[in-house]
Structures are given as C-alpha cells and as structure tokens.
Design a protein around this ligand. Structure first.
Ligand code: PLP
Ligand code: TYF
Length: 387
C-alpha cells in the first residue's frame, strides 16, 4: 500500500535547524526557526518553569488519566490573561490541546463538522502550517493580500475588501498579535473595523494567539482578541503557551470557544470532546501542569512576567538597533514580536547563506531573537552586500 505514496517536502523552517547545525563557520547566524534566544544564543528553560517542575516532581500524586479536556486548572488560569477582567461565564468553553497547532486543528475540525467545506479567509503571507492544517481538516482556504513586503505596510484596505465579500458562515483566521511572518499588527482602530465587518457579514473569527506577551505586553497583546470577541460575540481562540512560557517541546496549548449562549456552548463543548477523543484522546499533561503551577503562585507568576518582559525587551532592542543601522530596516522598529519579512528573493537568501553563513527561510523571514547586539552589524553588512 505504501507504494501509492508520493514523497513529501520537508518542513522548510525545521530543515533550517539541521542545515545551520552542520555549517562549520564560526560567524554563522541563525535567524530561521521561530524560537526565542537570549543574548548568548541560548533558548533557556525559564526560572519559573524550572521551579514549577521541581514542585511537580515532589508533589504530583498520580499519573492517572485526566480526560480529553486536560488540565482544567490550567485552562481556567489562562482565562483572565487572555480575556481580561470580563467574565464570559458559561458562553465560554474549550479545553487543553497539544500546542497551538492542536488547537488550530481542533478548531478547523469543529468548523468542518458544523459546516462541511466551510470557507476560511486567510491573509497572505501567513504561517506556512496554517493552510495545510485548515485544508487537512476539510476547510476551503481563501487567500487575500495582507501585507506588502516591499513597502513593509499592511494592505489593510484589501483586507477589508476581502472581508466585505465574505458570506455568512465563512470564517476568518486572524493572528492575535506578533504576526508570523510579518510582525505587522493591527491597531485598536483597525481591530474594531475588522470586528465590525465580521459581525455585519456573519463571519466567525478564529484567532491564533501564539505569542501573547512577546509584542507590546501581555495585556496589550490581547487587545485585538478582546475587541473582536466583544464586538462579534462569538469566536474561537487557538492559544499557545509554547513561546511565552518557553515550553516549545512540551506542546502546551488550549482552544477557547465563545458561543452566543450557554446552551450553544454546551453543545460546542460536547463536540470538542468527541473530536479530541478521535484525535489524541487526551493532551500531554506536563507542560500545562507547569503553567498551572506558575499561574496559581504569585511569586512564580511575578518571576515569569519578569522573564517574559526581558524577552520582549531584547527583541525590541534588536528591532531598534536594526532600524538605526540601516534606513531600509527602519520599519522593523514599529513591528511586533519575533518576526519580520525582508524584501529578499529566494536567490538572495541562498547567497546570504552561502557567502555569509546567514540562515533564513527562502521567504526572507527573519527571527529577530536570532540576533544579538554583536551580530547586528555583520547582519546589516550581509544585507548591504546584496545591493
Ligand atoms: N501559530 C503560529 C502563528 C505559530 O507561529 C505557531 C508556532 O509554532 C503556532 C501557531 C503553533 O504553536 P505550537 O508550537 O504551540 O503548536
Ligand atoms: O514559525 C516558526 O518558526 C515557529 C516554529 O512546523 C515552527 O512557529 C516552525 C515550523 C513548524 C512548527 C513550528
């Protein structure tokens, strides 16, 4: 039966990790895969995470099954961080998922079950895994221009045009903050315009919130999500703790669904549980337990927030240094999160890799956290060598 299979391309972002590792040049620079790195180039385990793990080892009394909803304490503890002080009550349901990816997949399957073949509007460019996740679940992906790489500007009116053409029952995928791969986020006025259109057109928002706290701040980065849910009154939030808690390989996510009524939310929840059972049955426990232990402890929370602020500050420092070093990079200072996309061709990206040991995907996306104050100058110099 395997004879019927065609070989598939590797994940271009993950393949960069291996290519970088096997490069023997000492001055090589990796701005590829989206993992935070400190000024020494390390991806450290956060202090609060280490302490939470120590406590779990000492105090965890059982490894018995938790059930398809995962760690409810974790799921509930994140609510005020994501949704703020408003109590959405029984209209809000959901569960723990294996990473933000699991949340996206589950959201897509929920939508497909409610509306087979539903259209989902996705801005270009987006995270390369978005279209395959959505399509694998049976959704119809409809793209629109979101950003102009040459001018480093949102093509906001095109986005509004695309949303105006949506029909009731369509879905719109939105990056909650720290847009991957452009760093171009909406301001509150733009979020309100988007939300109003979605409400008027009867379009369901699916918000991918994978980088909360790595842009302007934990609260600030939730502005769009809160505005959209408030105005539209229903929606899905695919959440990841893998970046803001540095838990990548632990696969820590959650899917939140806001319905128009508690009655509808109960039905949504029963569908999420049945879809989960047919997929991974139950999510892995450890990472979510770490997040719960941190969020339930004031001291650990304080330390987590301090380290998160440090990460955010370091990314912004690199953005400011790049903007100051080269007028072409000035727009990067007002973008958000780990990523920006430079106007480079695939051939130029290949040249940078061969001639300068500078690693990025062929799209020209860079992970700002891959740079340090010391590597900003060689990085800018490498880009200038192309001109
Ligand atoms: N959404 C976006 C935009 C991402 O960049 C990522 C990164 O991995 C995810 C979702 C998925 O996060 P996770 O690693 O938790 O699955
Ligand atoms: O965009 C990124 O680099 C991160 C990490 O299949 C990532 O989101 C990249 C590829 C992938 C999973 C995660």
């Amino acid at each position: 039966i395997f004879g019927a299979l065609a070989a598939q391309p590797a994940d271009a972002l993950l393949a960069l990790i291996e290519a970088f590792r096997s490069d023997v040049r000492v001055n090589k620079i990796d701005v590829g895969v989206g993992v935070y790195r400190d000024s020494e180039g390390r991806t450290p385990v956060l202090r609060a995470v280490k302490e939470a793990e120590r406590r779990l080892v000492e105090r965890q009394a059982s490894k018995g099954y938790l059930g398809p909803e995962g760690d409810i304490g974790y799921f509930d503890a994140l609510k005020p961080i994501i949704f703020g002080p408003v109590d959405l009550g029984d209209r809000l349901c959901g569960l723990q998922t294996p990473g933000g990816t699991g949340a996206l997949r589950l959201a897509a399957e929920l939508i497909a079950r409610a509306r087979p073949g539903a259209r989902i509007l996705v801005g270009n460019p987006t995270w390369p895994n978005h279209p395959p996740i959505l399509k694998s679940a049976g959704l119809t992906v409809v793209g629109y221009d979101h950003f102009d790489v040459a001018t480093q500007r949102l093509t906001f009116s095109r986005m509004l045009d695309a949303l105006s053409e949506a029909v009731p029952g369509d879905v719109a995928l939105l990056h909650g903050c720290c847009h991957n791969p452009t760093g171009a986020d909406f301001d509150a006025g733009q979020w309100t315009a988007i939300a109003t259109l979605l409400r008027d057109r009867g379009v369901l928002p699916l918000i991918d919130l994978a980088y909360q706290g790595l842009g302007d701040g934990l609260e600030e980065d939730a502005t769009g999500t809160r505005l959209v849910l408030d105005i539209v009154g229903e929606g899905l939030v695919a959440y990841s703790c893998d970046k803001n808690f540095g838990l990548y390989r632990e696969r820590v996510g959650a899917l939140y669904a806001l319905s128009v009524s508690a009655e509808q939310a109960r039905i949504v929840q029963s569908n999420l549980l049945s879809l989960t059972r047919a997929n991974w049955s139950m999510p892995p426990d450890h990472g979510a337990a770490i997040v719960r232990v941190i969020l339930e402890d004031a001291g650990l929370s304080f330390d987590w927030l301090a380290e998160l602020a440090e990460m955010r500050g370091r990314i912004q420092q690199i953005r400011d240094l790049l903007a100051a070093a080269d007028p072409m990079l000035a727009p990067l200072a007002r973008q958000h999160g780990m990523f920006s996309t430079l106007p480079l061709s695939a051939a130029q990206v290949a040249r940078l890799r061969e001639e300068r040991g500078l690693y990025m995907p062929s799209s020209g996306r860079i992970n700002l956290a891959g740079l340090t104050p010391d590597t900003v100058a060689p990085f800018v110099d490498a880009l200038a060598s192309l001109r």
